[in-house]
Write a protein that binds this ligand. Sequence first.
Ligand code: NDP
Length: 332
Amino acid sequence: SRQWQLVRRPVGWPVEEDFRFVTVELPDLSEGDVRVSNEFVSVDPYMRGRMNDVKSYTPPYALGQTMVGGAVGRVIESRSAAHAVGDLVQHFQGWRDVAQGPGAQFRKVAEIPGISSSAYLSAVGMTSLTAWVGLLVIAEMRPGDTVFVSGAAGAVGSAAGQIARLRGAARVIGSAGSDEKVALLTERYGFDAAFNYRNGHIARQLQAAAPDGIDVYFDNVGGEHLEAAIFAFKDGGRAALCGAISGYNAETAEPGPRNLSMITSKGLTLRGFTIGNYQQHAADFAAEIAPKVASGEIVYDETVVDGIENALEAFFGLMRGENTGKMVVRTA
Ligand code: NDP
C-alpha cells in the first residue's frame, strides 16, 4: 500500500519536507478483516489543524503515521461476514491507495444510482452535511432570511448557498477568491450576488451586495470576513462558525474582529460547531438532499487530482484555493 505520512510538524505553510511517501507491505487478513482498494481519498482543511501538536476536536496526527481521513473504496478481499468483495465502503484510513483492517472500520455505502463514489465524500457526504447542519441547526436559517456564505465556491460553501436557496432564503450572497469562482456562484449555484474578496475591502463589497444587511452568516473563512459580517448583521443576526481557513497557516494568531461590541449592541448569536457532534442529523440530511443531488436540483463540482502520489499536492492546492467544490484524490 502506498501511503503519505507526516514526519515533521509544519510551521506556517506546510512544505513537502514535512511529509514522506512510503510503500507499506500489508499482512494477510485476519479473521473479520477486509481489504479495500480506495477510489477517492479526501483532503480537507481541518487536516492542517491536526498537523499541529495542539489538542483540538480531533487529536493531532502522530509523526511517522499515515495521514488519516475520509476515503471511499471497494472491498477487494474479505474475511468479514458483513462485507462482500465489490462492496463500496467509507472509512477514515486516509491517504493510502489500499486500506485494510477490522470490518467495523469500513461502513457500507448505500449506493445511489447515478452518483459517483466521490460524492459520498462531498455532495451526499461530510461536507454537505456540514453545510446543512451549520445553516439549519446552528444558524437556524428561516425562510425570508438574507444569507451570506464565505468560501462559497468550495465544498461546504457551494452546498450551503444552494441549501439556503432551497429553504427559502430571500437573498443569498457569496464570496470567493477568483472572478471565475464568483461567476460560478451566480451562474451555477444560484447565488443572488457574489464578490471576489481579493478585489477590495470585504466589508464594503458585502455592504454593496446586501444593502439592507444580513440575517445569517455561514463562516468558512474567519478573519476579515467575520468582521465584515458582524458589521453587516441586522439586529438578531446569527452566524454558524464552521471554519476559519484564512488563519490556518498563520504562524501567529490573527487578531480577532475589532467590532465584537456589535454582538452586544445588535443582539447577535455567533455559534461554532464541529460536524462530528451532529451526526444525529445525517438521516434527515440524506432524506432531503440525496434525491436533489441525484436529480440535479442541487449541483456540485469536484476538483479531481489523479494518483495517491499527488495527495500532498492536492492538499497544498486546497489551501491555495485551486479547487472548485470538493478537492479529492482519485486513487483507482
Ligand atoms: P473548500 O472546498 O472550501 O476549500 C478551501 C477553500 O478555502 C479554497 O478553495 C479557497 O477558496 C479558500 N481559502 C483558502 N485560503 C483562504 C483565505 N485566506 N481566505 C479566504 N478563503 C480562503 O473546503 P471545505 O469546503 O472542505 O471547508 C470549508 C471550511 O469549512 C473550512 O474552513 C473547513 O475547515 C470548514 N469545515 C468545518 C467543518 C466543521 O465540522 N466545523 C467540517 C468541514 C469543513 P478561494 O479561492 O475562495 O480562496
